[in-house]
Design a protein around this ligand. Sequence first.
Ligand code: HEC
Ligand code: HEC
Length: 441
Amino acid sequence: MRTLARRLTTILLLAPVALIAAIVVNGSLSAFAQPAAVKAPATLVTQGRAVFRDDTFGDEAFWGGALQLHKAIEGQKLGGVGPGVSPKTALAVGLKVDAARIPAKTAAAIKAGKVDLNDPATTLALLKLNAVVGVKGTFDRSGRHLTALGITCALCHSTVDSSFAPGIGKRLDGRPNRDLNVGAIVSLSPNLQPVTSLLGVDTATVKKVLASWGPGRFDAELFMDGKAFRPDGKSAATLIPPAYGLAGVNLHTFTGWGSVTYWNAFVANLEMHGQGDFSDARLNDAKKFPIAAKAGFAHVTHTRDLVTSKLPALHVYQLSLLAPKPPKGSFDAAAAGRGKAVFDGAGKCASCHMAPIFTEPGWNLHTPAEICTDAFQADRSPTGMYRTTPLRGLWEHAKGGYYHDGRYKTLGDVVAHYDTCMSLGLNAGQQSDLVQYLKSL
Ligand code: HEC
Ligand code: HEC
């Protein structure tokens, strides 16, 4: 008995020592306390990058199986329908090509003008190389025919540096593709019935809505509330935001739906139509979200969940994407220095956009009235609010304008708006200095 008690005492005394040893060996508590499926951060970044770039979460069942988009890309001549999509057309609707995935020989042939960029067969070849950013083709045994098509996060949230040719170059993850005409691409689908039946409208109406979006825009709330147009008749779509510079930011999306990982799950399941499990009881609100409530989006399950196991890595990768630094000479440094003083002082900007994350540490939502704006988009979110946008990398996404719907064409327009809204009384010099500071972030 005594020996057993002594042994127990020894074990109890040594347990904390073993724990500390494990922490020291692993460098952190996380490796000790987390389930085996969750790997070390460095591994998660690499895994998350692969998910972000190349994982469709099984959404081929929607884009290929239901919408038959692959047939429109292939074209009638190659076994699909319609004229097909040539690389020229694909680049014109804003799709990007990752030059790193084109073998040197093919690249040389393109440079020498020996590749027909007007032929849909070339698009198929690029898809086979997995070189079209964010689009994944599935081929039959012969390798010549597309049997399905899927999309990944990179479709909207990556672009390229055009170092090879316009629209072809080095991949830049996290940068919003403000050239991408999602509406025009979806509109190519030979079968829009899955969308018409979800929204309860006819094909002509769906096409009108898709045509209203334009480049760099998408409407993530349409499948929830069915609201395609604002009261002023303009499209209800928002700009595609950057997916960089988000670490340390509490709530995400323009209207603060949730955290990064919340939104990743939301998008993978409800927008991309991947096959996973998703839960958010707020979508049962049939008054706010009639489409989502009817479709049962508040609680989605699949026999094989192709999303949830990828969320940890995708989350870490998202947070690892830093905002790109402004290029040398893209702003006036002296003016930016003076502008910082305006931002922190007379402009009162720093009361919401707090450095270094440039949103509020903590609760980062505001009523539409606080920023003198309309409530339309805020009211399409469970929050009824707008999220203070983290401002780093503003220089990079000037295309399409600023604020959730791009209503301000330039940073100068944004500053003028605040000057009126908050009766700041900033003179022209202060306003232009402030713009230079914003460009320097
Ligand atoms: C079809 C285009 C499209 C695809 C594909 C897409 N997104 Fe988005 N993403 C958007 C739009 C549009 C918004 C803005 C939504 C809103 O605010 O209502 C957004 C918002 C976000 C945000 C919030 C950014 C912020 O400032 O808080 C994150 C994070 C994000 N997406 C990550 C992802 C990830 C990860 C994937 C893949 C699972 C993905 N997105 C797929 C278009 C897309
Ligand atoms: C009350 C909090 C608050 C204050 C004060 C404030 N902002 Fe904002 N800011 C916001 C919110 C919320 C948004 C998102 C609006 C939207 O997307 O519709 C925003 C958006 C922006 C954007 C657009 C970012 C983008 O990528 O579209 C810029 C630029 C900006 N603010 C700069 C400023 C400047 C400069 C000041 C000071 C003159 C300022 N803000 C003061 C809350 C604030």
